[in-house]
Design a binder for this molecule. Structure first.
Ligand code: ZN
Length: 109
């Protein structure tokens, strides 16, 4: 489960920014194409945040839909998987969004 390592990173970045303060809320953006399961992040967050300034913080996860662009006709389409088919029939789709995983906001006391 690679989410554990990802969550550890998130917790350590947020803890560093928080300094001596306790963290009230963390908001993450997770792209649908990032291969990261939000539920797994939630689970790992409880484990990883123990004994850190993030313990008990509220975790908000915003899922970002995937976006692709057709390499044949240039049309943009929404993707829920890292592949798809354009209306023109092409399967040559380039991912242009939805692969991100980032810390959007954090709130401290
Ligand atoms: Zn197309």
């Amino acid at each position: 489960m690679h989410e554990l390592g990802i969550t550890r990173n998130i917790v350590s970045i947020v803890a560093e920014h928080a300094g001596d303060r306790r963290v009230k809320r963390v908001a993450l953006e997770i792209g649908r194409l990032s291969a990261v399961m939000p539920d797994a992040i939630r689970f790992c967050f409880d484990v990883c945040s123990k004994d850190t300034p993030l313990e008990g913080a509220e975790l908000e996860i915003h899922e970002i839909p995937g976006r692709g662009r057709c390499l044949e006709c240039g049309a943009e389409l929404e993707l829920n998987e890292p592949f798809g088919r354009c209306e023109c029939g092409s399967v040559r789709i380039e991912c242009i969004g939805g692969e991100e995983l980032k810390i959007k906001e954090m709130e401290v006391y």
